[in-house]
Design a protein around this ligand. Structure first.
Ligand code: PHB
Length: 399
């Protein structure tokens, strides 16, 4: 979608969401007016699914990939999930809860979807948890890693097909402690995900004997010039850096890291979002040598992944990303659950979600744990040049 249409979509969604909020605030129980009682939502007919992804803001490319992954699964299954034709309603999450929460509320109260899938930003997911819990509507989080939504604020109605911030970052800590002999500087975007990524990494890194040289959070969605932060890294004398950035911020950070002269001298580590997909294409060779932890790489040498990469490439005309895989897997989970659910109520669907079993994914097989979060393999990846392009080569599995 071009910038102009993304902008007008987000404007119209915000307008509609305001009316949905007014409706929701009028004292009526949300459960009374949900899709389970409409003709369309009834078991056996069409099923209406809401897809909430950023189509504007710094994470818009991530949202596009997630949408393309979900769309590929639908295309491969005659537009059906659980044997039922899907009416997919897409809404713009924007840059966080201010836009994402009303957009999700509109999907539930006005569009009367059976379930909502998507959500890239942790702050949006945290802002949505109570709404889905109270309206007894299933929310399938297809990216946002906020620890609490499958931790202390776990809900029967909230399921995650991606990762938790604490898990994906903790996977890297021991590897960095082993490789970096000196201290490591921690830097991340200043919001829920950045804080949790640093906390998760720090825990296993320090437990493995690693030393921290400094810790800094940069204004989320507003930082274009990383030079002052890169100076602080240099002055700290750190031997290596751990970073969490994604989307447009990841492109700027890694390019400026190289321009500033740190690349090749101060090893750069991060969670895989730092070098993923379109981000890596934009960074090009500036990213060579960056090492990350993630539950996916296009380079995974399995028949399921090879087919997925080829099919996605043919459909989207670009290589897939972890966001595309998470969108694809979310559709696969819904496919299995809708096939087994006894009716369209939130309770029937979450019961079926608890019984989907193993998902044979491009990332490798995974299943939901008791906390509704994936039990999956994390990989150590290293950016290597492959002709004119750069790829996330898989070094090894992480414990
Ligand atoms: C998050 O906010 O949880 C988040 C966003 C983008 C990523 C990863 C995590 O790439």
């Amino acid at each position: 979608m071009g910038a102009v249409s993304a902008f007008s979509l987000s404007r119209s969604v915000v307008g509609l969401a305001v009316s949905a909020l007014v409706l929701a605030g009028c004292g009526s129980s949300l459960g009374e007016s949900t899709g389970s009682e409409t003709a369309e939502g009834r078991s056996g007919g069409k099923v209406k699914i809401g897809l909430l992804v950023p189509l504007s803001g710094v994470y818009a490319p991530l949202g596009e990939d997630m949408k393309a992954g979900f769309g590929l699964y639908l295309d491969q299954h005659d537009g059906k999930l659980g044997g039922r034709e899907v009416d997919l309603v897409t809404a713009d999450e924007g840059e966080g809860p201010q836009t994402g929460v009303p957009a999700a509320q509109k999907l539930v109260t006005q569009d009367q979807v059976t379930a909502v899938a998507g959500v890239v930003n942790s702050a949006t997911a945290l802002g949505l948890r109570d709404f889905f819990h109270e309206s007894k509507k299933p929310l399938l989080v297809a990216n946002a890693g906020a620890d609490d939504i499958t931790g202390s604020r776990k809900s029967e109605y909230v399921w995650r097909t991606s990762f938790s911030n604490g898990d994906v970052s903790a996977a890297l800590g021991p590897a960095v402690a082993e490789e970096a002999k000196g201290s490591v500087y921690l830097i991340a975007a200043d919001y829920a995900a950045g804080k949790e990524m640093v906390t998760g990494f720090r825990k296993t890194f320090e437990a493995a004997g690693g030393k921290v040289a400094g810790e800094k959070y940069t204004p989320f969605g507003k930082t274009q010039d990383f030079q002052p932060y890169l100076s602080a890294i240099r002055e700290s004398g750190a031997e290596a850096v751990f970073a969490f950035y994604a989307g447009a911020e990841a492109v700027s950070f890694v390019k400026q890291y190289k321009q500033f002269g740190l690349a090749g001298k101060t090893a750069l580590y991060g969670t895989g979002f730092l070098t993923e997909g379109g981000v890596l294409a934009a960074q090009g060779t500036a990213a060579v040598g960056v090492k990350t932890s993630l539950h996916y790489s296009t380079e995974l040498d399995t028949p399921v992944n090879k087919k997925f990469v080829a099919d996605y490439q043919a459909a989207a005309r670009k290589a897939p990303t972890v966001y595309a895989v998470q969108g694809y897997d979310t559709a696969a989970v819904l496919d299995k659950a809708l096939a087994e659910a006894s009716g369209d109520s939130g309770d029937a669907l979450v019961k079926a979600l608890g019984a989907v079993g193993s998902i044979d994914s491009p990332r490798g097989a995974w299943k939901f744990g008791a906390d509704h979060n994936p039990e999956q393999t994390y990989y150590l990846r290293e950016v290597r040049a492959d002709g004119d392009t750069a790829v996330n080569a898989v070094v090894r599995e992480l414990d």
